[in-house]
Each structure stands twice: as C-alpha cells, then as structure tokens.
Design a protein around this ligand. Structure first.
Ligand SMILES: CC(C)(COP(=O)(O)OP(=O)(O)OC[C@H]1O[C@@H](n2cnc3c(N)ncnc32)[C@H](O)[C@@H]1OP(=O)(O)O)[C@@H](O)C(=O)NCCC(=O)NCCS
Length: 215
C-alpha cells in the first residue's frame, strides 16, 4: 500500500539521515523544526496550563513521562510533529541544528490514525505562548501558517489526501481557524462535545512552493 510505505519511508530511525528529524520548513512568520529532546522541558511547561490541556484534550504528565511521549512520537511512523518557531523571537538568526528553544511557541502535528485509510491525517495545532510578559505569539498568523505548511508537507512527504480535525465545540478560535481554511463539519459527538471537520487536500490553500530542507 502506498500509504504505509510512504509513511515508513518518511521515518527510518530516531536520529538517522532520512528520518523525520531531518526536515525543517520555512514560512514567512514561522519556522517548523523537528521536535527535539531540547524542546521537551518548555513543552512540558506549557502543558501545565489547564486551558491548553483542555483545548488539546491532553492529560497532565510528569517531565519523565513527557520525555517518554517525545520518544514514542519520534519513533512512531504514523505521527509527525514539528515545533513552531516564531521568527520574531529567534536570537542571532536561524541556524540549522539549533533547537532555538528561545523562539518555540507551539507545535503542529499529524497522526495517520485511521486504519482504513493511512493517507488520511488528523491534524492538531497549538500556539501555546500567549501570556508571558515578553511573548504574545497568538493572533499573529502563526497558527494558520503552521497548519498550511504542515499540510503541504504532509501531502508531499506522506501522500496525504484528506485532513481531519477534532475540536471541542467551545473552542471558537480553533473552529474559526479551520473553517476559514476550508474545512467542513463532518460530524458531531454529543458525548465528547466535539466537532469533526474534514477537508480534501485539493480544497485547501496549501503553501506552495514549500521550502523543506534537511535538518
Ligand atoms: C487556535 C490557535 C491555534 C490559533 O492560533 P493563532 O496563531 O493565534 O491564530 P492565527 O493568528 O493564525 O489566526 C488565524 C485565524 O484563526 C481564527 N482565530 C484565531 N484566534 C482567534 C480568536 N481568539 N477568536 C476567534 N478566531 C480566532 C481567525 O479566523 C484567524 O483569522 P483572522 O485573523 O483572519 O480572523 C491558538 O489559539 C491555540 O493554540 N489555542 C489552544 C490550542 C488549541 O485550541 N488547538 C486546537 C486543537 S486542534
């Protein structure tokens, strides 16, 4: 099957060449870099915020558990995660290989979790930095750009043809963002109070040309 082989081709090791650690993507406002161990402590700090836990349907973890999740995500051929860097916060210019933890503001990931269709990807976005004194990264277009870069990347590297997002009905910012991009409501779960939205890749304003380079 093309889907599983392209997913497997995209991941051939945790650190090796050709693995999912080896790409980064550049946009106008954001740079998407691999989720590295160096990013985990700050990521873990974000995930202490009850509002972010609720918005991302996540459970609070210890730092050790966060490192373990990072490791499993890195090894999972059906997942791909990028850390979103805010270009305005990068100190000394962007350097390949530098995790630039000073500029990390969120993450974007895809998960090919439909066993009947591995070319369908669930997508999640989080722009976490929004209330520190020095860093207000929400409302600058970073979330939108990160999603559009990630989807173009997913089409190119994983052959994804359809994207899905599951969003709590009270998360108006995220619902508005995905609907603005062309996602349509596909179903609603009254149990989870969650809207499922979907869009074929061909209906989305994907970033083109996409600047993906080796990390
Ligand atoms: C949802 C989220 C990713 C938006 O990120 P962001 O970088 O602030 O969003 P952008 O600046 O790129 O905004 C893009 C569009 O999103 C919508 N949007 C973003 N923030 C909004 C808000 N507070 N209220 C209403 N709409 C909003 C708007 O349509 C906006 O387009 P516009 O400026 O032309 O109106 C961010 O608020 C977040 O991470 N929230 C917590 C985690 C979460 O809910 N993740 C979604 C689960 S998949």
């Amino acid at each position: 099957m093309e889907s599983s082989s392209s997913a497997a081709a995209a991941v051939d090791g945790e650190d090796g060449g050709g693995s999912k650690r080896s790409w980064y993507a550049v946009g106008e406002r954001a740079v998407l870099v691999p989720y590295l161990r160096e990013h985990v402590p700050r990521y873990h700090g974000w995930m202490q915020d009850p509002a972010l836990l609720e918005a991302t349907a996540s459970e609070p973890l210890s730092l050790d558990q966060e490192f373990e999740v990072h490791r499993s995500w890195t090894l999972d051929p059906l997942k791909h995660t990028f850390i979103v860097l805010d270009k305005d916060l990068i100190e000394g210019g962007f350097a390949v290989g530098d995790p630039h933890t000073e500029a990390m503001v969120g993450d974007v990931n895809i998960y090919m979790n439909d066993p009947d269709d591995l070319q369908l990807a669930e997508i999640e976005i989080m722009i976490a930095e929004h209330k520190s004194t020095f860093c207000y990264s929400r409302g600058k277009g970073l979330g939108q750009e990160a999603i559009l870069i990630m989807m173009a990347f997913a089409v190119e590297k994983y052959g994804i043809h359809t994207f899905r997002a599951k969003i709590n009905e009270s998360n108006t910012a995220s619902l508005k963002l995905f609907r603005k991009l062309g996602f349509k409501d596909a179903s609603y779960s009254s149990v989870f109070k969650e809207v499922t939205l979907e869009a074929p890749a061909t209906a989305l304003p994907l970033v083109s040309p996409l600047t993906i380079r080796n990390w």
